[in-house]
Design a protein around this ligand. Structure first.
Ligand code: HEM
Length: 206
Protein backbone atom coordinates (compact mmCIF):
# COMPACT_ATOMS: atom_id res chain seq x y z
CA UNK A 1 0.00 0.00 0.00
CA UNK A 2 2.41 2.71 -1.13
CA UNK A 3 0.86 6.15 -1.25
CA UNK A 4 1.64 8.02 -4.46
CA UNK A 5 3.92 11.02 -4.90
CA UNK A 6 1.03 13.39 -5.66
CA UNK A 7 -1.91 12.06 -3.71
CA UNK A 8 -0.05 11.50 -0.40
CA UNK A 9 1.08 15.13 0.14
CA UNK A 10 -2.37 16.34 -1.01
CA UNK A 11 -4.16 14.06 1.49
CA UNK A 12 -1.69 14.99 4.20
CA UNK A 13 -2.19 18.76 3.71
CA UNK A 14 -5.96 18.28 3.56
CA UNK A 15 -6.01 16.46 6.89
CA UNK A 16 -3.67 19.02 8.44
CA UNK A 17 -5.94 21.90 7.37
CA UNK A 18 -8.87 19.92 8.69
CA UNK A 19 -7.43 19.36 12.19
CA UNK A 20 -6.30 22.99 12.35
CA UNK A 21 -9.86 24.04 11.49
CA UNK A 22 -11.34 21.77 14.15
CA UNK A 23 -8.80 22.53 16.89
CA UNK A 24 -8.54 26.29 17.03
CA UNK A 25 -6.08 26.22 19.95
CA UNK A 26 -3.62 24.11 17.94
CA UNK A 27 -4.06 26.40 14.94
CA UNK A 28 -3.22 29.43 17.11
CA UNK A 29 -0.08 27.75 18.47
CA UNK A 30 1.06 26.84 14.96
CA UNK A 31 0.39 30.40 13.77
CA UNK A 32 2.36 31.93 16.65
CA UNK A 33 5.34 29.75 15.81
CA UNK A 34 5.12 30.34 12.05
CA UNK A 35 4.80 34.11 12.48
CA UNK A 36 8.06 34.16 14.44
CA UNK A 37 9.91 32.92 11.34
CA UNK A 38 7.97 34.53 8.49
CA UNK A 39 9.63 37.57 6.98
CA UNK A 40 7.78 40.86 6.46
CA UNK A 41 7.56 40.21 2.71
CA UNK A 42 5.74 36.93 3.43
CA UNK A 43 8.64 34.62 2.59
CA UNK A 44 10.07 31.84 4.72
CA UNK A 45 13.74 30.75 4.62
CA UNK A 46 14.42 27.09 3.79
CA UNK A 47 16.52 26.66 6.95
CA UNK A 48 13.77 28.12 9.13
CA UNK A 49 11.27 25.48 8.04
CA UNK A 50 13.37 22.95 9.98
CA UNK A 51 13.10 25.05 13.15
CA UNK A 52 9.31 24.79 13.42
CA UNK A 53 9.22 22.27 16.26
CA UNK A 54 5.55 22.55 17.16
CA UNK A 55 4.47 22.30 13.52
CA UNK A 56 6.57 19.16 13.29
CA UNK A 57 4.71 17.67 16.27
CA UNK A 58 1.38 18.51 14.65
CA UNK A 59 2.53 16.91 11.38
CA UNK A 60 3.59 13.73 13.17
CA UNK A 61 0.23 13.57 14.93
CA UNK A 62 -1.61 14.01 11.61
CA UNK A 63 0.50 11.21 10.11
CA UNK A 64 -0.25 9.04 13.14
CA UNK A 65 -4.03 9.48 12.90
CA UNK A 66 -4.37 9.83 9.12
CA UNK A 67 -1.41 8.08 7.44
CA UNK A 68 -1.80 8.23 3.63
CA UNK A 69 -0.83 4.52 3.51
CA UNK A 70 -2.27 2.42 6.32
CA UNK A 71 -0.13 -0.70 6.03
CA UNK A 72 3.10 -1.86 4.46
CA UNK A 73 3.74 -5.15 2.72
CA UNK A 74 6.78 -7.31 2.13
CA UNK A 75 7.21 -10.65 0.38
CA UNK A 76 9.18 -13.21 2.35
CA UNK A 77 12.20 -14.20 0.21
CA UNK A 78 13.22 -17.35 2.12
CA UNK A 79 11.64 -19.74 4.61
CA UNK A 80 11.84 -18.24 8.08
CA UNK A 81 11.36 -19.78 11.51
CA UNK A 82 10.90 -17.23 14.28
CA UNK A 83 12.95 -18.51 17.23
CA UNK A 84 10.86 -16.63 19.82
CA UNK A 85 7.35 -17.63 18.78
CA UNK A 86 8.02 -20.72 16.67
CA UNK A 87 6.08 -19.07 13.84
CA UNK A 88 7.01 -20.43 10.42
CA UNK A 89 6.79 -18.07 7.43
CA UNK A 90 7.23 -19.91 4.11
CA UNK A 91 9.08 -18.27 1.21
CA UNK A 92 6.69 -16.28 -0.99
CA UNK A 93 4.32 -15.28 1.83
CA UNK A 94 2.96 -11.75 1.67
CA UNK A 95 3.61 -10.21 5.08
CA UNK A 96 1.44 -7.21 6.01
CA UNK A 97 2.76 -4.74 8.58
CA UNK A 98 -0.29 -3.09 10.20
CA UNK A 99 1.12 0.40 10.61
CA UNK A 100 -2.28 1.99 11.32
CA UNK A 101 -2.84 -0.43 14.21
CA UNK A 102 0.55 0.39 15.75
CA UNK A 103 -0.32 4.09 15.53
CA UNK A 104 -3.53 3.51 17.49
CA UNK A 105 -2.26 1.04 20.07
CA UNK A 106 -2.34 2.26 23.66
CA UNK A 107 0.75 0.18 24.33
CA UNK A 108 2.65 2.87 22.38
CA UNK A 109 0.49 5.99 22.57
CA UNK A 110 -1.29 7.16 25.72
CA UNK A 111 -4.91 7.87 24.94
CA UNK A 112 -4.46 7.00 21.24
CA UNK A 113 -7.92 8.23 20.19
CA UNK A 114 -7.11 11.73 21.25
CA UNK A 115 -5.63 14.06 18.64
CA UNK A 116 -2.73 15.44 20.62
CA UNK A 117 0.56 16.76 19.18
CA UNK A 118 2.06 16.23 22.67
CA UNK A 119 2.36 12.55 21.69
CA UNK A 120 5.45 13.77 19.81
CA UNK A 121 7.38 15.75 22.41
CA UNK A 122 11.06 14.67 22.42
CA UNK A 123 10.45 12.92 25.80
CA UNK A 124 7.46 10.93 24.54
CA UNK A 125 9.25 10.01 21.31
CA UNK A 126 12.25 8.71 23.26
CA UNK A 127 10.00 6.39 25.31
CA UNK A 128 8.60 4.56 22.28
CA UNK A 129 9.86 1.79 20.01
CA UNK A 130 11.01 3.24 16.67
CA UNK A 131 8.67 0.97 14.72
CA UNK A 132 5.58 2.14 16.60
CA UNK A 133 5.36 5.15 14.25
CA UNK A 134 6.11 4.44 10.61
CA UNK A 135 4.09 6.62 8.21
CA UNK A 136 7.06 6.63 5.80
CA UNK A 137 7.77 2.92 6.09
CA UNK A 138 11.07 1.62 7.32
CA UNK A 139 14.32 0.18 5.98
CA UNK A 140 15.84 0.30 2.49
CA UNK A 141 12.43 0.57 0.75
CA UNK A 142 11.03 3.36 2.90
CA UNK A 143 9.62 6.51 1.29
CA UNK A 144 12.06 8.09 -1.14
CA UNK A 145 10.21 11.41 -1.14
CA UNK A 146 9.96 11.98 2.60
CA UNK A 147 12.14 15.08 2.77
CA UNK A 148 10.58 16.63 -0.32
CA UNK A 149 7.07 15.88 0.99
CA UNK A 150 7.84 17.41 4.39
CA UNK A 151 9.36 20.58 2.99
CA UNK A 152 6.55 21.13 0.47
CA UNK A 153 3.75 20.39 2.96
CA UNK A 154 5.33 22.47 5.74
CA UNK A 155 5.84 25.45 3.38
CA UNK A 156 2.26 25.17 2.18
CA UNK A 157 0.77 25.04 5.70
CA UNK A 158 3.04 27.90 6.89
CA UNK A 159 1.84 30.20 4.12
CA UNK A 160 -1.79 29.27 4.71
CA UNK A 161 -1.78 29.83 8.49
CA UNK A 162 0.22 33.04 8.10
CA UNK A 163 -2.37 34.57 5.76
CA UNK A 164 -5.60 32.81 6.65
CA UNK A 165 -7.57 31.44 9.58
CA UNK A 166 -9.76 28.45 8.94
CA UNK A 167 -12.61 27.07 10.98
CA UNK A 168 -14.80 23.98 10.63
CA UNK A 169 -18.56 24.43 10.67
CA UNK A 170 -20.27 24.16 14.07
CA UNK A 171 -21.31 20.54 13.63
CA UNK A 172 -17.72 19.40 13.17
CA UNK A 173 -16.02 21.89 15.42
CA UNK A 174 -15.36 20.09 18.67
CA UNK A 175 -12.57 22.44 19.63
CA UNK A 176 -10.79 22.08 22.97
CA UNK A 177 -13.26 20.40 25.22
CA UNK A 178 -13.82 17.21 23.24
CA UNK A 179 -10.47 16.12 21.92
CA UNK A 180 -10.94 12.55 23.13
CA UNK A 181 -11.93 11.06 19.82
CA UNK A 182 -10.74 11.32 16.27
CA UNK A 183 -12.66 14.05 14.46
CA UNK A 184 -15.03 12.88 11.72
CA UNK A 185 -13.62 12.63 8.23
CA UNK A 186 -15.27 12.84 4.86
CA UNK A 187 -15.69 9.09 5.03
CA UNK A 188 -17.91 9.26 8.10
CA UNK A 189 -19.51 12.66 7.67
CA UNK A 190 -22.52 12.40 5.37
CA UNK A 191 -22.16 15.78 3.70
CA UNK A 192 -18.40 16.19 4.05
CA UNK A 193 -16.87 18.81 6.29
CA UNK A 194 -17.28 22.49 5.55
CA UNK A 195 -14.23 24.58 6.33
CA UNK A 196 -14.46 28.36 6.34
CA UNK A 197 -11.45 30.47 5.51
CA UNK A 198 -10.83 34.04 6.72
CA UNK A 199 -8.09 36.37 5.51
CA UNK A 200 -5.64 37.33 8.27
CA UNK A 201 -3.28 39.50 6.31
CA UNK A 202 -2.76 40.67 2.75
CA UNK A 203 0.74 40.45 1.38
CA UNK A 204 1.29 42.54 -1.71
CA UNK A 205 3.68 41.49 -4.44
CA UNK A 206 3.23 37.75 -3.75
C1 HEM B 1 2.93 12.78 2.97
C2 HEM B 1 3.58 12.31 1.95
C3 HEM B 1 4.06 10.88 1.79
C4 HEM B 1 3.90 9.78 2.59
C5 HEM B 1 3.20 9.71 3.96
C6 HEM B 1 4.57 8.68 1.95
C7 HEM B 1 4.64 7.39 2.47
C8 HEM B 1 5.22 6.34 1.82
C9 HEM B 1 5.17 4.97 2.29
C10 HEM B 1 4.46 4.49 3.55
C11 HEM B 1 5.86 4.21 1.41
C12 HEM B 1 6.08 2.68 1.48
C13 HEM B 1 7.31 2.42 2.32
C14 HEM B 1 7.53 0.97 2.67
O1 HEM B 1 6.92 0.08 2.06
O2 HEM B 1 8.35 0.73 3.59
C15 HEM B 1 6.36 5.10 0.38
C16 HEM B 1 7.14 4.70 -0.68
C17 HEM B 1 7.60 5.54 -1.65
N1 HEM B 1 7.41 6.90 -1.73
FE1 HEM B 1 6.33 8.02 -0.44
N2 HEM B 1 5.11 9.12 0.79
C18 HEM B 1 4.83 10.45 0.64
C19 HEM B 1 5.22 11.28 -0.40
C20 HEM B 1 6.07 10.92 -1.41
C21 HEM B 1 6.57 11.82 -2.46
C22 HEM B 1 6.22 13.31 -2.55
C23 HEM B 1 7.36 11.08 -3.25
C24 HEM B 1 8.13 11.47 -4.50
C25 HEM B 1 8.44 12.69 -4.81
C26 HEM B 1 7.38 9.72 -2.75
C27 HEM B 1 8.08 8.67 -3.30
C28 HEM B 1 8.05 7.38 -2.85
C29 HEM B 1 8.71 6.25 -3.53
C30 HEM B 1 9.52 6.33 -4.83
C31 HEM B 1 8.43 5.11 -2.77
C32 HEM B 1 8.90 3.67 -3.07
C33 HEM B 1 10.25 3.44 -2.42
C34 HEM B 1 10.78 2.04 -2.70
O3 HEM B 1 9.99 1.14 -2.97
O4 HEM B 1 12.02 1.86 -2.64
N3 HEM B 1 6.59 9.67 -1.62
N4 HEM B 1 5.95 6.38 0.65
Amino acid sequence: MSPTCFSAPKDFCTFTLYVLAVYQDIQEKVREEVNRFMKDDGTLAYDDVGKLDYLDMVFCEVLRKYPPGFRQERVCTKDYNDPETGLFVPKGTLVAIPMYSFHNDKQYFDNPDKFDPEHFTPENKAKRHNYSFMPWGYGPRSCLGMRLALIECKSFICHIVHRFSNRANRENSNSNQNRQSTPPTNASSRFGVEIYCFVNRMITGN
